[in-house]
Ligand binder design. Structure first.
Ligand SMILES: [Zn+2]
Length: 424
């Protein structure tokens, strides 16, 4: 049965306009009609069309509504953590020294290989609950800490289970995240096995789980030619390419992303001007990860302003991972977008909502215009600018969500719950 609800008593609504690049609207005291899990109408309470009858009200409690944040770059599931390594680095030990003793990413790969699928599911679920409590309502998540066929397959099984539980996710296959010990010194051989054997086998085993493929193109890891092999093989399997590009040095990853028509190119601290022009022309969404730059103690934040001026629809994401960014805080990333990438508040907000949703081919996420999925955040602020201005404040939104990612029998179940309740 059709369910119509009326969200009223809002102080305001902030939403990007999906039809006008970079335009973000601040609408005061709106009333919103929610119908069958979608936004159906926005306007003044006195103008509500008669056809809606007498819908069930939801109290906005005088707060500001916004779309949920979309995090379009995470390495959500991995075993263990690297807090000890983090402190060793603060004591002056270099990453190369840590890696030579089997630490770094190898430690995470070991812990992930040892975990059972059920443990991986619990790890993923706990992290998603934390992210949701901070306002992240859709998450892209990668494999890539197995670096062997069976563990990569276990990671896909874990993501499949999280999807079945109703989490709103997009899954990316990424065995070419690093060179595993078994293939040390033989990146060509590893890329061949990933492209020709593992990716097809992973899709055969888990046909409806992943939508994207990804590769780490970086000096000393994989070349653009390796990247091309992995992404072209993925594309033949129906996966859309994403790419880790130009993070520590310019390698031409952005140019490759444009050439292949990738959905996004991510990191890009050392992106060339030609790379920016090529991405803008090809419609690749540059996805910038400023919390990684911060976590690594680097000063080279990605050139967001130049990208915007070149015509790119920039996105911001977390890069949540155990080695270079143990961060799941969207407000920190929003603030870094404004304070370090020199984006305006409106630009940074669109870059955390609409643009990452576009990079995931989710036109009904990241905004609240009619047709959007009716998952909303309610912020207890006088104006959304406070989310950035009160810099250390740990705002937690209340969440209204449609559960529209669940099976159709659940589509009409609406719940308004506080972040606290969501964590229970
Ligand atoms: Zn990453």
């Amino acid at each position: 049965m059709e369910k119509i609800k009326l969200l009223t008593n809002l102080r305001g609504l902030i939403t990007p306009d999906p039809n006008q690049t970079w335009k973000v609207d601040f609408i005061e005291a709106p009333t919103i009609v929610l119908r069958d899990g979608r936004i159906d109408w926005i306007g003044r309470k006195t103008d509500i069309p008669y056809e809606y009858g007498d819908p069930e009200p939801i109290d906005g409690k005088g707060m500001w509504a916004s779309p949920g944040f979309v995090d379009s770059h995470t390495h959500l599931i991995f075993g263990g953590d690297r807090s000890q390594e983090f402190n060793r680095r603060l004591h002056g030990v270099t990453y190369a020294q840590i890696a030579s003793k089997g630490g770094g990413i190898r430690e995470t790969v070991r812990a992930t290989r040892q975990a059972t699928v059920s443990e991986l599911v619990t790890i993923g679920s706990n992290r998603l609950q934390k992210m949701r409590s901070k306002g992240v309502l859709h998450v892209e998540c990668k494999t890539g800490y197995g670096l062997e066929l069976e563990t990569e397959s276990c990671l896909l099984r874990a993501y499949s289970e999280l999807l079945k539980r109703g989490w709103s996710l997009d899954v990316t296959i990424m065995p070419a995240h690093d060179i595993p010990v078994e293939y040390a010194g033989a990146p060509d051989k590893y890329i061949k096995v990933v492209s020709e054997e593992w990716q097809p086998e992973l899709i055969r085993r888990h046909p409806d789980v992943a939508s994207f493929c990804d590769v780490f193109v970086e000096k000393g890891v994989f070349t653009p030619e390796h990247g091309r092999q992995v992404l072209e093989s993925g594309r033949k399997l129906g996966l859309k390419p994403r790419i880790h590009a130009d993070e520590f040095a310019h390698t031409g990853g952005a140019e490759l992303a444009a050439e292949l028509g990738a959905a996004s190119a991510d990191h890009l601290m050392f992106c060339s001007d030609q790379g920016m022009v090529a991405m803008a022309k090809a419609g690749v969404i540059p996805t910038l990860l400023p919390a990684t730059t911060l976590f690594l103690g680097m000063r080279d934040f990605a050139p967001a302003r130049r990208m915007i001026e070149t015509g790119c629809k920039v996105a911001l994401a977390s890069d949540f991972n155990p080695g270079s960014c143990a961060c799941i805080d969207p407000l920190l990333i929003l603030r870094l977008g404004c304070l370090q990438l020199r984006m305006t508040f409106e630009e940074a907000f669109a870059a955390m909502t609409l643009h990452p949703a576009l990079s995931l081919s989710r036109p009904d996420l990241g905004h609240l215009y009619p047709g959007a999925r009716a998952d909303l955040l309610l912020w207890d602020v006088k104006h959304p600018l406070e989310l950035v201005y009160w810099m250390g404040e740990a705002y937690r939104p209340e969440i209204i969500y449609s559960q529209s990612t669940l099976k159709s029998s659940c589509l009409s179940k609406w719940e308004a719950r506080s972040a606290k309740a969501a964590l229970q």
